[in-house]
Ligand binder design. Structure first.
Ligand code: ASP
Length: 639
């Protein structure tokens, strides 16, 4: 028999329980409209602004939902006036009163509640407030960021932060909705984990129960999601917190959030098809007014991306593609028996197997000497030895300080190769290192594209970049380094390139054919940002061991570090693949921000500190002894 107790209270309807009314308020500060005129209501919120007209006090009451004007008339409500006289900005009030239409001509069209006001009968001060360190009611007033972070709870009272956090929440909801519809299961994976390499340092947490041992915080749930595929979960996702100890930049934080997903029995195309459809759905749900530049998303080979845009995360909102000057120059023939082009820098780069490439910046042909010098300095900062330029005249001919070396015909060939028109400025980088040429021009392209306003801020230009090289040679360590993920699979036709390794320990060599292997790796870029990356994985133990051996691990080391996943592969692993996408970056791009801190409620500073609660901080004295910790060579408060 079922056990029933006598009901002690009436049930609450879901509408009431889910609704925004509480014992302190009937309505929020964002919801009253003309149709509510005559209603008796109770409302609560923060004092956004207070204006005293002698006998008549106006208070804009604010909460996350909006602003409502409250009027306190001394003649009608002397007690309320007494309370209102004590009120300052940011006090928390409860107001009881009547909703009334504002007098004709005093409506505020900018406010959703601007047709009405609340005529107060009673004002209760729920909480007093100090004068805040910055204006909360002037959201556009510039405030020093460290002050914003120190008082983040006040910063979040300001409208722009409220809107960005709401957008982020909608983004995560749309992501969850799409995944649930596609049969994904959301699984939480541990935060106290073992090292999961993603190319950064680990944050470690000492264990009290096993002194001398540490957990590592996950750089990503990579191995766990693969193990979930071995477990037969088929489709997994998670809004996962990841931790990477690296130097911070605008788009980096020590802890950040990824949409992490993995699918079984898939090919690269199958994963990309799902992710693309999901991205489209999420974009349309969260930022319906922003057009997606191209559907389906362009899928660009890594080599093409580097050739054409000098970047593996190209901003496709504008052209300005990189042009190779070598064929045009070669067609003209050698300038002299000693020189191919007449210009030594070009000759040397080409002779060394390098590149001479250029971009044409529209309308910059009239740049002053100091503007050009600034561009040269920019290029040098990223490793270029110099930056040559040609400005295109009104008649379409090129004019350049190096024209006297190259001769008219070669300058004309450069103009032609870049398709530059009158008024454009051609910027040329030459170097023996072709990656450097691509990188410098790619950065210049991105910088100038934005400076010149070539990129439509409203457009979302998603694109895939695929078939990255599997490995990069690390000369100082004498081993190959997985360019993305140590578990990434190799493009099937390149699998033979890995087959040549043999023996343990294996001594990787720069000559290994594996260096030419392409990974089943795909990155998704949005407006020049890397939004995410993933791959179809190696799901066979032997191949994974080969890949690890090329990455410099002995069998013993790989078993020590990756034994769990290697063993799991002995028990039947399905072909699988997935991706992770930066939720912070996505939210930042959706809200037109260049810094992910703007879409994080409580981010860290550049030096990894929390200015509000004061982390990191010294452990307590007991923690030292419990954990058997001792900091060597550092002065700490308690140790
Ligand atoms: N774990 C990878 C990362 O964090 C993503 C993936 O390959 O799924 O970048």
């Amino acid at each position: 028999m079922r056990c029933m107790t006598e009901p002690t209270r009436p049930s609450v309807s879901p509408e009431a329980a889910f609704g925004l009314a509480t014992p302190y308020r009937d309505v929020t500060c964002g919801e009253l409209r003309a149709g509510d005129a005559g209603r008796e209501i109770t409302i609560a919120g923060w004092v956004h602004r207070r204006r005293d007209y002698g006998g008549l006090i106006f208070i804009d009451l604010r909460d996350r939902y909006g602003l409502t004007q409250v009027v306190i008339n001394e003649a009608e409500a002397p007690e309320a006036t007494e309370a209102a006289n004590r009120v300052r900005n940011e006090f928390v009030l409860q107001v009881v009163g009547t909703v009334a239409r504002r007098l004709a001509g005093t409506e505020n069209a900018k406010l959703a509640t601007g047709e009405v006001e609340v005529q107060a009968r009673k004002v209760t001060i729920l909480s007093e407030a100090e004068t805040p360190p910055f204006y909360i009611n002037e959201p556009d007033a510039p405030v020093d960021e460290s002050l914003r972070l120190r008082y983040r709870y006040l910063d979040i009272r300001r409208r722009p932060m409220v809107e960005r956090l709401i957008l982020r929440s909608e983004l995560v909801k749309a992501v969850r909705d799409a995944h649930h519809r596609a049969g994904f299961v959301e699984v939480e994976t541990p935060i106290l984990l073992k090292s999961t390499p993603e190319g950064a340092r680990d944050f470690i947490v000492p264990s009290r129960l096993q002194p001398g041992s540490v957990y590592a915080l996950p750089q990503s749930p990579q191995q766990l999601k693969q193990l979930l595929m071995v477990a037969g979960m088929d489709r997994y996702f998670q809004i996962a917190r990841c931790f990477r100890d690296e130097d911070l930049r605008g788009d980096r934080q020590p802890e950040f959030t990824q949409l992490d997903l993995e699918m079984s029995f898939v090919t690269e195309e199958r994963v990309m098809d799902f992710v693309e459809a999901m991205i489209i759905e999420v974009s349309r749900a969260v930022v319906p007014d922003r057009p997606i530049q191209q559907l389906p998303f362009p899928r660009i080979d890594y080599n093409d991306a580097m050739e054409r845009y000098g970047s593996d995360k190209p901003d496709l909102r504008f052209g300005m593609e990189l042009a190779d000057l070598a064929p045009g120059l070669a067609a003209i023939g050698a300038a002299s028996p000693e020189s191919a082009t007449g210009f030594r820098v070009f000759d040397e780069a080409l002779a060394a197997g390098g590149r001479v490439k250029a971009i044409a910046a529209p309308g910059m042909g009239e740049s002053s000497r100091s503007q050009i010098e600034e561009l040269v300095a920019f290029a040098r900062r990223f490793g270029a030895k110099g930056l040559a330029h040609v400005s295109v005249q009104a008649d379409g001919t090129g004019h350049s300080p190096i024209g006297k070396f190259l001769g008219e015909e070669r300058v004309a060939a450069i103009v032609k190769a870049t398709s530059a028109g009158p008024g454009d400025l051609i910027l040329i980088v030459a170097d023996a290192n072709h990656e450097l040429v691509a990188d410098v021009l790619g950065r210049l392209r991105q910088e100038l594209g934005l400076r010149l306003g070539l990129a439509d801020e409203n457009v979302l230009a998603y694109c895939w970049v695929m078939h990255f090289p599997m490995y990069q040679w690390e000369a100082d360590l004498g081993r190959w380094h997985a360019t993305h993920n140590p578990f990434s699979g190799v493009v099937p036709e390149d699998e033979v390139l890995l087959a040549t390794k043999s023996g343990d320990p294996y001594k990787p060599s720069h000559e290994d054919p594996a260096g030419r292997a392409r990974a089943m790796q795909y990155d998704i870029a949005l407006n020049g940002w890397e939004l995410g990356g993933g791959s179809v994985r190696i799901h066979k133990r032997e191949l994974l061991e080969t890949s690890f051996a090329l990455q410099g691990y002995t069998l013993e080391q790989m078993h020590e570090r990756f034994g769990g996943i290697l063993e799991a592969f002995d028990y039947g692993a399905p072909p699988h693949g997935g991706i992770a996408m930066g939720i912070d970056r996505w939210a930042a791009l959706f809200s037109h921000q260049t810094n992910i801190r703007e879409v994080m409620a409580f981010p860290k500073t550049q030096s990894g500190g929390d200015l509000m609660l004061g982390s990191p901080s010294s452990p307590d004295a007991e923690q030292y002894s419990e954990l058997g910790l001792k900091f060597v060579g550092v002065e700490t408060a308690n140790g």
